[in-house]
Write a new protein. Structure first.
Length: 76
């Protein structure tokens, strides 16, 4: 079981136990998270992934790439 420190009120730290499956879920969510609008915080998702690790790539065949013609939606 993995534990993550959470800093709450006035520096009080709480340990949150996570199973490996829960930790993997956090990794996937962080890796897919949008970059915050505040440009000074744009490295936060990458910094978190450095600490907890990157998600494990799925096994098996990758999804097929589908080509779509979107030219009819272009703005003139």
């Amino acid at each position: 079981m993995t534990k993550i420190d959470w800093d709450h009120n006035n520096g009080i730290v709480t340990m949150v136990p996570l199973t490996q499956e829960e930790l993997e879920c956090v990794r996937v969510c962080v890796s897919n998270a949008p970059i915050p609008y505040d440009i000074s915080k744009k490295k936060i998702p990458g910094d978190i992934l450095e600490k907890i690790g990157k998600p494990t790539p799925p096994k098996g065949e990758s999804l097929p790439l589908i080509e779509c013609d979107l030219t009819k939606y272009e703005m003139n």
